[in-house]
Design a protein around this ligand. Sequence first.
Ligand SMILES: *Cc1c(COP(=O)(O)O)cnc(C)c1O
Ligand SMILES: [Zn+2]
Length: 363
Amino acid sequence: MLKYRCYVCSSTFEITTTRYRCDCGGLFVLETGSSVFEVDRSDWSLWRYRSLLPKLTKESSSPPISMGEGMTPLVKDLDGCILKLDFLNPTLSYKDRGSVVLMALAKALGVKEVAIDSSGNAGVSVAAYAKRASIGAHVFVPESTSSKKVKQLQLFDAEIHQGGDRSFAALAIAEFLEHNRDIFYASHVYNPFFIHGVKTVVFEIFEQLQGRLPAEIVVPVGNGTLVLGVHEAIEDLKRASVIQVGPKIIAVQARACAPVFEAFQQVPISSYRLSQETVAEGIAITSPPRASEIIAAVSESNGSVIAVSETEILDAQRRLFEQGIDVEPTAAATYAGYLMLRKSSCIESECAVVLTGAGLKSR
Ligand SMILES: *Cc1c(COP(=O)(O)O)cnc(C)c1O
Ligand SMILES: [Zn+2]
């Protein structure tokens, strides 16, 4: 049976627990115990990689829930850099990869209602998949969340709790959960099932490139589900003896809110203060709970964390428009990171950039 393990003290917990962290304050990680990479080519969603996804119940042939998430295109930019168009997921962000696996867990546990705090996309994604699974959803978002994302939440019938900034939403949900013990905390940050869903992005790139991975994968980092998902996937593929060395993980932050970038240069996160607003709302996280895991994942891959300015983000977004691609500023920040590395000739070999969120919902 699957068990959560505390990242800090290694205590274990049943996955049926309603707790979302250890007594010691440490966050949960989850090992699937599987080391077989098997692609089910009859399944046209990320469930085709279920051999490496956490097993919830006795194997059944159909996925627990699905809206065809994953299976997003790879295209090249004008200079030959590989772009993974992961904003082409059912709710228009890569978050659907994590939500579908997390909601499969909620469904298996017989949960009636879930709650999540998010800067926008994770809330929308969890609300959509909760709806799909006939589960009620409470979503806590900051005041500043794009109106299109709030509109999506309304369409999916989520109970919206809006106000304050991103940290306020995190505090508000903690208090809410304190008073509503039977509501499942479907957190993309705290629940490791989410990260296991996200990791499928790497399996797809591997399959799309006919059985290899690029030398570098560039991803945004806020709470780090993508960085940790990519890391998990690399470890899975190594354990399955499918690859020997994984790609370097290049994680991109907005300079205006760059705690992981600074921690990578050894400035403690606890002293971090947001220096200004950023257009990259999806990665404006001042104190990511999984910071030490993120730093370890990036270091282990021999990668790095870089930070881009607001001008660079908007320039990168324009560069993508010129190529017919419309992403939200948070996703453009990632491309800005890639452009910055290329300009300084730090990219020597094949590189893939994961574009995480669609432009339409940010306007
Ligand atoms: C959530 C999100 C991110 C950041 O992911 P983290 O897991 O917080 O690092 C990046 N881009 C978009 C579009 C997002 O919605
Ligand atoms: Zn612990």
